[in-house]
Design a protein around this ligand. Structure first.
Ligand SMILES: NC(=O)c1ccc[n+]([C@@H]2O[C@H](COP(=O)([O-])OP(=O)(O)OC[C@H]3O[C@@H](n4cnc5c(N)ncnc54)[C@H](O)[C@@H]3O)[C@@H](O)[C@H]2O)c1
Length: 330
């Protein structure tokens, strides 16, 4: 069994790889895991250090848009788990070309190579942001796609390409659409690690607009567990929402983060709202729960406490990355 994991040096992809290589997923117990990652500012081989000595891991630095390389790596692959993406909404607002290249063209390149090589399963890791914003209730998988940021629009485009490769060529593709993730090894530009690392350094934290935007927070381990259920037993051609974490406004999240590091509200610096800021995300997870027996397993309080502890104990991991984020000027 050979698995190709794209973006396996990023936040979620590296969690999946570490789990896969330490026995968390029985169907992958003896699998060879090939990681294809470009190592953009968001990717780091240091995320794979805990499994670096594992003989079943092969790391390839390269671009998913490189058709020749992707074609070569796809030979003999049974399962593709496709995480690689430009993933930060704020960066997509400043400039969206890289998002279209990687998220759309990169996905098409992988789908074509997977079809040519006859891979057994292709899991395309997408996001709930493709649905847009919802005032009340939750999205089921057949809800219309109304993405509002260049990031979510590029992800929606890649979702539709994935679907088309199933419809047109019968490629066994599944799409997962997950809510906001948190956990260790998340690049310190995303809200939870940004706030935690700022507070650990005694710096203020920037809160967008009125702070009342709502997100559903899911531990990265629950996301990867859901992805593996889909990889093992998801029906080809189907979409599965993953979520069921804890819905919080950004103000509520900020309060919890301040409490976790013993800081007060005076550390909060209100900033102008993000352009096109989605108000609320909420996925209905009835389908993956009923079909595949998925349940989130990590409660938010425990997961957040563990995550804050991880950042406080792993300065050597995030301090150079914060420098890298600033250097880009974005
Ligand atoms: N973070 C979340 O809350 C969340 C929620 C739902 C879905 N997702 C999706 O999950 C996936 C992973 O997200 P993440 O938070 O781990 O992102 P991330 O930014 O931490 O990691 C992305 C990885 O992809 C790599 N990469 C980027 N462009 C590449 C290219 N052209 N070729 C090869 N590798 C490339 C980067 O080097 C990095 O290692 C993305 O597809 C994202 O849309 C993320």
């Amino acid at each position: 069994m050979r698995v190709l994991v794209t973006g396996g040096a990023g936040f979620i992809g590296s969690h999946y790889v570490r789990q896969a290589l330490t026995g968390a997923y029985p169907s992958l117990r003896d699998a060879e895991v090939v990681v294809l990652d470009k190592l953009t500012y968001a990717g780091s081989e240091s995320n794979l250090v805990p499994v670096a000595a594992e003989e079943r891991l092969r790391f390839v630095r390269g671009d998913i848009c490189d058709g020749a390389l992707v074609g070569e790596l796809m030979a003999g692959v049974d399962l593709v788990v496709h995480f690689a993406a430009e993933s930060h909404v704020d960066r997509s607002i400043l400039g969206s070309a890289d998002f279209v290249l990687t998220n759309v063209l990169g996905t098409q390149t992988l789908l074509q190579a997977a079809h040519d090589a006859g891979v057994g399963k292709f899991v395309h890791v997408s996001t709930d942001e493709v649905y847009g914003s919802i005032e009340s209730g939750s999205w089921s998988e057949d809800h219309v796609l109304e993405p509002n940021s260049p990031y979510s629009a590029s992800k929606a485009s890649s979702d539709l390409l994935a679907r088309s490769f199933h419809r047109t060529y019968g490629l066994p593709v599944c799409v997962t659409r997950c809510s906001n993730n948190y956990g260790p090894y998340q690049f310190p530009e995303k809200v939870i690690p940004l706030f935690v690392t700022n507070l650990l350094d005694g710096k203020p934290v920037p809160l967008y607009g009125d702070g009342l935007n709502v997100r559903d927070w899911l531990h990265v381990d629950d996301h990867c567990h859901g992805i593996q259920l889909v990889a093992d037993r998801g029906r080809p051609g189907e979409i599965y929402n993953i979520g069921g974490g804890t819905e919080l406004t950004n103000r509520e999240l900020t309060e919890r983060l301040l409490a976790a590091v013993g800081a007060g509200w005076e550390m909060v610096e209100p900033v102008e709202d993000r352009k096109g800021h989605d108000r609320r995300y909420s996925v209905d997870i009835g389908k993956i729960r009923t079909e595949l027996g998925y349940e989130p397993r990590i409660d938010f309080e425990t997961g957040l406490a563990d995550t804050v502890r991880w950042y406080s104990q792993n300065r050597a991991w995030w301090e150079p990355l914060k420098g890298r984020a600033t250097l880009t000027g974005r």
